[in-house]
Design a protein around this ligand. Sequence first.
Ligand SMILES: Nc1ncnc2c1ncn2[C@@H]1O[C@H](COP(=O)(O)OP(=O)(O)O)[C@@H](O)[C@H]1O
Ligand SMILES: [Mg+2]
Length: 353
Amino acid sequence: MLTGLRGVGKTVLLNEFERLAEGRGYFHEHIEVGEDGELPQRLAAAFRRLLLSMDAKRRIGERVHRALGVLKAFNIRLPDGLELNIDVDAVHGPADSGDLATDLAGLFVELGEVARDHDTGVLITVDEVHYVKLATLEALVMGLHRATQLALPITVAGAGLPSLATLTGEAKSYAERVFTFPDIDTLAQDQAREALDLPAADENVQWTDDALDRVVEVTRGYPYFLQEYGKQAWEAAEGPALITLDDVERSIPVATAELDDGFFRVRTGRTSDAERAYLRAMAEIGPGPVRTSDVASLLSKRTTALGPVRDGLLKKALCYSPRWGVIDFTVPMFDSFMKRWIPEVPPFGERTR
Ligand SMILES: Nc1ncnc2c1ncn2[C@@H]1O[C@H](COP(=O)(O)OP(=O)(O)O)[C@@H](O)[C@H]1O
Ligand SMILES: [Mg+2]
Protein backbone atom coordinates (compact mmCIF):
# COMPACT_ATOMS: atom_id res chain seq x y z
CA MET A 1 0.00 0.00 0.00
CA LEU A 2 2.10 2.85 -1.35
CA THR A 3 1.55 6.29 0.09
CA GLY A 4 3.04 9.62 -0.93
CA LEU A 5 2.33 13.05 -2.33
CA ARG A 6 1.15 13.64 -5.89
CA GLY A 7 3.70 13.02 -8.61
CA VAL A 8 6.17 10.88 -6.68
CA GLY A 9 5.66 7.79 -8.83
CA LYS A 10 2.97 5.73 -7.08
CA THR A 11 0.99 5.02 -10.23
CA VAL A 12 4.19 4.29 -12.12
CA LEU A 13 5.01 1.69 -9.46
CA LEU A 14 1.56 0.09 -9.64
CA ASN A 15 2.02 -0.20 -13.41
CA GLU A 16 5.34 -1.86 -12.77
CA PHE A 17 3.70 -4.37 -10.41
CA GLU A 18 1.22 -5.19 -13.16
CA ARG A 19 4.05 -5.72 -15.59
CA LEU A 20 5.73 -8.12 -13.16
CA ALA A 21 2.47 -10.02 -12.64
CA GLU A 22 1.95 -10.25 -16.37
CA GLY A 23 5.50 -11.56 -16.82
CA ARG A 24 4.61 -14.49 -14.57
CA GLY A 25 1.44 -15.26 -16.42
CA TYR A 26 -0.79 -13.91 -13.65
CA PHE A 27 -4.04 -12.14 -14.31
CA HIS A 28 -4.44 -8.55 -13.24
CA GLU A 29 -6.95 -5.74 -13.19
CA HIS A 30 -6.53 -2.09 -12.34
CA ILE A 31 -9.06 0.00 -10.44
CA GLU A 32 -8.94 3.74 -10.02
CA VAL A 33 -11.13 4.97 -7.19
CA GLY A 34 -12.87 8.26 -7.88
CA GLU A 35 -13.81 11.12 -5.59
CA ASP A 36 -17.06 9.27 -4.85
CA GLY A 37 -14.94 6.75 -2.92
CA GLU A 38 -16.95 3.87 -4.37
CA LEU A 39 -14.99 0.62 -4.22
CA PRO A 40 -17.25 -2.48 -4.04
CA GLN A 41 -18.83 -1.87 -7.43
CA ARG A 42 -15.47 -1.19 -9.02
CA LEU A 43 -14.14 -4.40 -7.45
CA ALA A 44 -17.13 -6.35 -8.71
CA ALA A 45 -16.52 -5.09 -12.24
CA ALA A 46 -12.82 -6.01 -11.94
CA PHE A 47 -13.70 -9.50 -10.65
CA ARG A 48 -16.00 -9.98 -13.60
CA ARG A 49 -13.33 -8.97 -16.11
CA LEU A 50 -10.80 -11.22 -14.37
CA LEU A 51 -13.08 -14.25 -14.43
CA LEU A 52 -14.02 -13.73 -18.04
CA SER A 53 -10.43 -13.32 -19.17
CA MET A 54 -9.33 -16.36 -17.14
CA ASP A 55 -12.06 -18.34 -18.81
CA ALA A 56 -11.16 -17.05 -22.25
CA LYS A 57 -7.49 -17.90 -21.83
CA ARG A 58 -7.73 -21.11 -19.85
CA ARG A 59 -11.18 -22.45 -20.78
CA ILE A 60 -12.08 -23.01 -17.14
CA GLY A 61 -15.79 -23.32 -17.84
CA GLU A 62 -17.78 -24.75 -14.94
CA ARG A 63 -15.67 -23.32 -12.13
CA VAL A 64 -15.78 -19.85 -13.63
CA HIS A 65 -19.53 -20.07 -14.03
CA ARG A 66 -19.92 -20.78 -10.36
CA ALA A 67 -17.61 -17.89 -9.45
CA LEU A 68 -19.59 -15.59 -11.74
CA GLY A 69 -22.74 -16.74 -10.00
CA VAL A 70 -21.25 -15.85 -6.63
CA LEU A 71 -20.26 -12.47 -8.03
CA LYS A 72 -23.74 -11.94 -9.38
CA ALA A 73 -25.26 -12.58 -5.96
CA PHE A 74 -22.72 -10.20 -4.40
CA ASN A 75 -23.59 -7.49 -6.85
CA ILE A 76 -27.33 -7.81 -6.43
CA ARG A 77 -26.81 -7.39 -2.69
CA LEU A 78 -24.82 -4.13 -3.05
CA PRO A 79 -26.78 -1.03 -1.99
CA ASP A 80 -26.84 0.43 -5.49
CA GLY A 81 -25.14 -2.31 -7.41
CA LEU A 82 -24.92 -1.42 -11.06
CA GLU A 83 -26.33 -3.94 -13.45
CA LEU A 84 -23.39 -6.25 -14.10
CA ASN A 85 -23.94 -8.09 -17.29
CA ILE A 86 -23.48 -11.64 -16.00
CA ASP A 87 -25.25 -14.34 -17.92
CA VAL A 88 -25.41 -17.01 -15.20
CA ASP A 89 -27.69 -17.84 -12.26
CA ALA A 90 -26.82 -16.18 -8.96
CA VAL A 91 -25.10 -18.51 -6.48
CA HIS A 92 -26.26 -17.58 -3.00
CA GLY A 93 -24.22 -18.05 0.15
CA PRO A 94 -20.54 -17.21 -0.22
CA ALA A 95 -20.77 -13.48 -0.90
CA ASP A 96 -24.24 -12.10 -0.34
CA SER A 97 -24.64 -11.86 3.45
CA GLY A 98 -24.81 -8.08 3.25
CA ASP A 99 -21.72 -7.68 5.44
CA LEU A 100 -19.10 -6.24 3.11
CA ALA A 101 -16.04 -7.77 4.81
CA THR A 102 -17.57 -11.25 4.79
CA ASP A 103 -18.75 -10.92 1.22
CA LEU A 104 -15.45 -9.58 -0.09
CA ALA A 105 -13.74 -12.48 1.69
CA GLY A 106 -16.14 -14.79 -0.17
CA LEU A 107 -15.23 -13.21 -3.49
CA PHE A 108 -11.48 -13.19 -2.89
CA VAL A 109 -11.60 -16.84 -1.88
CA GLU A 110 -13.72 -17.76 -4.88
CA LEU A 111 -11.38 -16.05 -7.31
CA GLY A 112 -8.29 -17.22 -5.46
CA GLU A 113 -9.43 -20.84 -5.71
CA VAL A 114 -10.06 -20.57 -9.42
CA ALA A 115 -6.54 -19.14 -9.81
CA ARG A 116 -4.96 -21.80 -7.60
CA ASP A 117 -6.70 -24.66 -9.39
CA HIS A 118 -5.30 -23.38 -12.65
CA ASP A 119 -1.77 -22.65 -11.46
CA THR A 120 -2.00 -18.95 -11.91
CA GLY A 121 -2.33 -15.87 -9.73
CA VAL A 122 -4.37 -12.68 -9.55
CA LEU A 123 -3.21 -9.14 -8.84
CA ILE A 124 -5.66 -6.29 -8.37
CA THR A 125 -4.15 -2.81 -8.27
CA VAL A 126 -6.17 -0.04 -6.66
CA ASP A 127 -5.10 3.55 -7.27
CA GLU A 128 -6.23 6.68 -5.37
CA VAL A 129 -7.10 4.59 -2.29
CA HIS A 130 -7.34 7.76 -0.16
CA TYR A 131 -10.85 8.31 -1.53
CA VAL A 132 -12.05 5.03 -0.01
CA LYS A 133 -14.00 5.41 3.24
CA LEU A 134 -12.55 3.86 6.37
CA ALA A 135 -15.27 1.21 6.75
CA THR A 136 -14.86 0.10 3.13
CA LEU A 137 -11.10 -0.07 3.44
CA GLU A 138 -11.49 -2.16 6.58
CA ALA A 139 -13.75 -4.54 4.71
CA LEU A 140 -11.19 -4.84 1.92
CA VAL A 141 -8.44 -5.65 4.40
CA MET A 142 -10.57 -8.23 6.22
CA GLY A 143 -11.65 -9.87 2.98
CA LEU A 144 -8.14 -10.06 1.62
CA HIS A 145 -6.84 -11.36 4.92
CA ARG A 146 -9.09 -14.40 4.64
CA ALA A 147 -7.66 -15.29 1.22
CA THR A 148 -4.14 -14.75 2.56
CA GLN A 149 -4.79 -17.10 5.49
CA LEU A 150 -5.79 -19.77 2.99
CA ALA A 151 -2.59 -19.02 1.05
CA LEU A 152 -4.58 -18.39 -2.11
CA PRO A 153 -2.70 -16.76 -5.00
CA ILE A 154 -4.61 -13.50 -5.03
CA THR A 155 -3.54 -10.11 -3.77
CA VAL A 156 -4.13 -6.38 -3.91
CA ALA A 157 -1.59 -3.58 -4.25
CA GLY A 158 -2.82 -0.07 -3.59
CA ALA A 159 -1.57 3.50 -3.79
CA GLY A 160 -2.83 6.72 -2.32
CA LEU A 161 -2.06 10.07 -0.78
CA PRO A 162 -0.79 10.27 2.79
CA SER A 163 -4.38 11.10 3.76
CA LEU A 164 -5.23 7.42 3.37
CA ALA A 165 -7.65 6.42 6.11
CA THR A 166 -5.85 5.26 9.22
CA LEU A 167 -6.94 1.80 10.20
CA THR A 168 -7.18 0.94 13.84
CA GLY A 169 -7.82 -2.11 16.00
CA GLU A 170 -8.40 -5.44 14.33
CA ALA A 171 -8.37 -4.02 10.81
CA LYS A 172 -5.00 -2.47 11.53
CA SER A 173 -3.39 -5.70 12.67
CA TYR A 174 -4.84 -7.52 9.65
CA ALA A 175 -3.60 -4.76 7.37
CA GLU A 176 -0.11 -5.15 8.77
CA ARG A 177 -0.24 -8.82 7.83
CA VAL A 178 -1.51 -8.37 4.28
CA PHE A 179 0.19 -5.12 3.30
CA THR A 180 3.43 -3.26 3.73
CA PHE A 181 3.16 0.54 3.78
CA PRO A 182 6.19 2.06 2.07
CA ASP A 183 6.40 5.86 1.93
CA ILE A 184 7.14 6.99 -1.60
CA ASP A 185 9.02 10.26 -1.54
CA THR A 186 11.57 12.31 -3.46
CA LEU A 187 14.42 10.57 -5.22
CA ALA A 188 17.84 10.79 -3.58
CA GLN A 189 20.34 13.07 -5.32
CA ASP A 190 22.10 10.30 -7.26
CA GLN A 191 18.80 8.68 -8.25
CA ALA A 192 17.48 12.03 -9.46
CA ARG A 193 20.63 12.58 -11.52
CA GLU A 194 20.25 9.12 -13.02
CA ALA A 195 16.63 9.78 -13.91
CA LEU A 196 17.89 12.64 -16.11
CA ASP A 197 21.21 11.26 -17.21
CA LEU A 198 20.44 7.68 -18.24
CA PRO A 199 17.62 8.34 -20.70
CA ALA A 200 19.68 11.16 -22.26
CA ALA A 201 22.73 8.89 -22.52
CA ASP A 202 20.54 6.38 -24.38
CA GLU A 203 20.17 9.07 -27.03
CA ASN A 204 23.89 9.93 -26.90
CA VAL A 205 23.25 13.21 -25.11
CA GLN A 206 25.24 14.27 -22.05
CA TRP A 207 24.35 16.69 -19.27
CA THR A 208 27.09 18.82 -17.72
CA ASP A 209 27.48 18.25 -13.98
CA ASP A 210 26.33 21.73 -13.03
CA ALA A 211 23.28 21.39 -15.30
CA LEU A 212 22.26 18.17 -13.53
CA ASP A 213 22.86 19.72 -10.13
CA ARG A 214 20.67 22.68 -11.01
CA VAL A 215 17.71 20.54 -12.10
CA VAL A 216 18.00 18.39 -9.00
CA GLU A 217 18.06 21.57 -6.92
CA VAL A 218 14.95 23.18 -8.42
CA THR A 219 12.97 19.94 -8.47
CA ARG A 220 14.22 18.73 -5.07
CA GLY A 221 14.17 15.27 -6.63
CA TYR A 222 10.38 15.07 -7.10
CA PRO A 223 9.87 12.66 -10.01
CA TYR A 224 7.15 14.58 -11.80
CA PHE A 225 9.17 17.79 -11.63
CA LEU A 226 12.31 16.00 -12.86
CA GLN A 227 10.28 14.87 -15.81
CA GLU A 228 8.99 18.36 -16.63
CA TYR A 229 12.19 20.37 -15.97
CA GLY A 230 14.24 17.70 -17.73
CA LYS A 231 11.98 17.86 -20.74
CA GLN A 232 12.13 21.64 -21.01
CA ALA A 233 15.94 21.65 -20.64
CA TRP A 234 16.11 19.09 -23.41
CA GLU A 235 13.91 21.29 -25.61
CA ALA A 236 15.91 24.44 -24.83
CA ALA A 237 19.33 22.88 -25.51
CA GLU A 238 20.66 23.63 -28.93
CA GLY A 239 22.49 20.34 -29.03
CA PRO A 240 23.34 18.19 -30.66
CA ALA A 241 24.91 16.31 -27.79
CA LEU A 242 25.17 18.44 -24.64
CA ILE A 243 22.79 20.04 -22.11
CA THR A 244 24.45 22.87 -20.18
CA LEU A 245 23.66 24.96 -17.13
CA ASP A 246 22.75 27.83 -19.42
CA ASP A 247 20.16 25.64 -21.19
CA VAL A 248 18.70 24.70 -17.83
CA GLU A 249 18.49 28.30 -16.64
CA ARG A 250 16.67 29.37 -19.81
CA SER A 251 14.22 26.47 -19.52
CA ILE A 252 13.28 26.95 -15.88
CA PRO A 253 10.62 29.65 -16.47
CA VAL A 254 9.12 27.54 -19.27
CA ALA A 255 8.92 24.43 -17.10
CA THR A 256 7.47 26.42 -14.21
CA ALA A 257 4.78 27.89 -16.46
CA GLU A 258 3.96 24.43 -17.83
CA LEU A 259 3.53 23.04 -14.32
CA ASP A 260 1.44 26.03 -13.24
CA ASP A 261 -0.94 25.64 -16.17
CA GLY A 262 -1.17 21.87 -15.94
CA PHE A 263 -0.08 19.94 -12.86
CA PHE A 264 -0.93 22.64 -10.29
CA ARG A 265 -3.89 24.44 -11.84
CA VAL A 266 -5.78 21.25 -12.62
CA ARG A 267 -5.96 20.59 -8.87
CA THR A 268 -7.52 23.96 -8.16
CA GLY A 269 -10.17 23.67 -10.85
CA ARG A 270 -13.18 23.29 -8.58
CA THR A 271 -12.06 25.31 -5.57
CA SER A 272 -14.22 28.09 -4.15
CA ASP A 273 -13.02 31.61 -3.35
CA ALA A 274 -12.91 30.68 0.32
CA GLU A 275 -10.86 27.55 -0.38
CA ARG A 276 -8.38 29.54 -2.47
CA ALA A 277 -8.02 32.11 0.31
CA TYR A 278 -7.36 29.25 2.74
CA LEU A 279 -4.74 27.68 0.46
CA ARG A 280 -3.08 31.05 -0.06
CA ALA A 281 -2.97 31.66 3.68
CA MET A 282 -1.39 28.22 4.21
CA ALA A 283 1.27 29.12 1.64
CA GLU A 284 1.96 32.39 3.44
CA ILE A 285 2.60 30.63 6.74
CA GLY A 286 4.99 28.06 5.45
CA PRO A 287 5.66 25.42 2.87
CA GLY A 288 3.61 23.15 5.20
CA PRO A 289 2.63 21.45 7.40
CA VAL A 290 0.91 24.41 9.10
CA ARG A 291 -1.36 24.76 12.12
CA THR A 292 -5.01 25.34 11.27
CA SER A 293 -5.17 27.88 14.10
CA ASP A 294 -2.42 29.90 12.40
CA VAL A 295 -4.35 29.85 9.12
CA ALA A 296 -7.42 31.07 10.98
CA SER A 297 -5.63 33.96 12.65
CA LEU A 298 -4.06 35.07 9.37
CA LEU A 299 -7.54 35.14 7.83
CA SER A 300 -8.97 36.85 10.96
CA LYS A 301 -11.43 34.01 11.53
CA ARG A 302 -12.08 31.51 14.27
CA THR A 303 -10.69 28.03 13.58
CA THR A 304 -14.14 26.49 13.92
CA ALA A 305 -15.59 28.95 11.40
CA LEU A 306 -13.11 27.69 8.84
CA GLY A 307 -13.95 24.03 9.50
CA PRO A 308 -16.14 23.58 6.43
CA VAL A 309 -13.53 25.20 4.16
CA ARG A 310 -10.83 22.96 5.54
CA ASP A 311 -13.04 19.88 5.16
CA GLY A 312 -13.70 20.82 1.54
CA LEU A 313 -9.97 20.89 0.85
CA LEU A 314 -9.49 17.54 2.58
CA LYS A 315 -12.36 16.03 0.64
CA LYS A 316 -10.94 17.27 -2.66
CA ALA A 317 -7.64 15.69 -1.55
CA LEU A 318 -5.81 18.97 -2.11
CA CYS A 319 -4.76 18.86 1.52
CA TYR A 320 -4.39 16.25 4.21
CA SER A 321 -4.09 16.35 7.94
CA PRO A 322 -0.86 14.72 9.13
CA ARG A 323 -2.01 15.11 12.74
CA TRP A 324 -4.70 16.82 14.74
CA GLY A 325 -4.84 20.60 14.23
CA VAL A 326 -2.32 20.50 11.40
CA ILE A 327 -2.84 20.65 7.66
CA ASP A 328 -0.54 20.19 4.66
CA PHE A 329 -0.69 20.20 0.87
CA THR A 330 -0.87 16.86 -0.96
CA VAL A 331 0.91 18.39 -3.95
CA PRO A 332 4.65 19.06 -3.57
CA MET A 333 5.73 22.72 -3.74
CA PHE A 334 2.12 23.83 -3.84
CA ASP A 335 2.95 26.79 -1.59
CA SER A 336 5.18 28.38 -4.26
CA PHE A 337 2.49 27.85 -6.87
CA MET A 338 -0.14 29.56 -4.70
CA LYS A 339 2.16 32.54 -4.23
CA ARG A 340 2.75 32.85 -7.96
CA TRP A 341 -0.94 32.45 -8.70
CA ILE A 342 -2.38 34.76 -6.05
CA PRO A 343 0.38 37.20 -5.04
CA GLU A 344 -1.28 38.54 -1.85
CA VAL A 345 -3.32 36.76 0.83
CA PRO A 346 -6.87 37.77 -0.17
CA PRO A 347 -9.39 38.97 2.40
CA PHE A 348 -11.46 35.94 3.35
CA GLY A 349 -14.74 35.65 1.49
CA GLU A 350 -13.83 37.96 -1.39
CA ARG A 351 -13.50 36.88 -4.96
CA THR A 352 -9.99 35.74 -5.75
CA ARG A 353 -10.43 34.99 -9.46
N1 LIG B 1 11.24 6.57 -10.41
C1 LIG B 1 11.01 7.59 -11.24
N2 LIG B 1 12.02 8.18 -11.90
C2 LIG B 1 11.80 9.21 -12.72
N3 LIG B 1 10.60 9.73 -12.99
C3 LIG B 1 9.55 9.20 -12.39
C4 LIG B 1 9.68 8.11 -11.47
N4 LIG B 1 8.46 7.82 -10.98
C5 LIG B 1 7.61 8.70 -11.56
N5 LIG B 1 8.25 9.52 -12.42
C6 LIG B 1 7.66 10.63 -13.20
O1 LIG B 1 6.67 11.24 -12.40
C7 LIG B 1 5.42 11.18 -13.09
C8 LIG B 1 4.32 11.03 -12.09
O2 LIG B 1 4.35 9.74 -11.55
P1 LIG B 1 3.00 9.09 -11.02
O3 LIG B 1 3.26 7.64 -10.82
O4 LIG B 1 1.86 9.47 -11.89
O5 LIG B 1 2.87 9.84 -9.60
P2 LIG B 1 1.76 9.63 -8.48
O6 LIG B 1 0.92 8.46 -8.89
O7 LIG B 1 2.57 9.38 -7.25
O8 LIG B 1 1.00 10.92 -8.42
C9 LIG B 1 5.58 10.06 -14.09
O9 LIG B 1 4.78 10.22 -15.20
C10 LIG B 1 7.03 10.17 -14.46
O10 LIG B 1 7.20 11.19 -15.40
MG1 LIG C 1 -1.12 8.46 -9.28
